[in-house]
Ligand binder design. Structure first.
Ligand code: NI
Length: 170
């Protein structure tokens, strides 16, 4: 397995709209290795979700694990939200926008149709943090970041803060 470099805002590659995964490709060793690498990268960061877009792979899939023990890995390939209900506000962060947290309003509960790592389709009802995380990662696949929900002024402040952080750690 290998740690993959994570792209950071405002890298324009994060704006790429991901292409659907060919379902026949899911069970190939290459794709399975990519999933393993994404989990390793996410756990190492550490984070609770990672979209392929964030590691410069522009295909529609993402990994999530909300457990403290890192033993509940979830894979979403070609995910689609087929139902959404209610609203919730959660203070989100993102491995591509390190050190920045901001309130985002999203659907409270969703039903997602997806393909799992075994190549089989499944549906999942999610609410609370899992629903937030799925919506956040699906945004990445559409080239969207959580800072896009902020005002242009706040987004510019985030960009400057990240640039400063990078200068200080260089
Ligand atoms: Ni993110």
């Amino acid at each position: 397995m290998a740690l993959l470099p994570i792209l950071e805002f405002p890298d324009p590659r994060l704006r790429t709209v991901a292409a659907p995964v060919d379902p026949a490709q899911v069970t190939t060793p290459e794709f399975q290795r990519l999933l393993d690498d994404m989990f390793e990268t996410m756990y190492d960061a550490p984070g609770i979700g990672l979209a392929a877009s964030q590691v410069d792979v522009h295909q529609r899939f993402m990994v999530i694990d909300l457990s403290d023990e890192k033993n509940e890995p979830r894979v979403f390939i070609n995910p689609e939200i087929v139902e959404r209900d209610g609203e919730q506000v959660y203070q989100e962060g993102c491995l591509s926008v390190p050190g920045i947290f901001a309130d985002v309003t999203r659907a409270n509960s969703i039903r997602v149709r997806s393909i799992g790592r075994d190549g089989a389709p499944y549906e999942l009802d999610a609410e609370g943090l899992l629903a937030v995380c799925i919506q956040h990662e699906m945004d990445h696949l559409a080239g969207k970041l959580f800072v896009d929900y902020l005002s242009p002024l706040k987004r510019e402040m985030v960009r400057k803060k990240l640039a400063k952080q990078r200068r200080q750690s260089a």
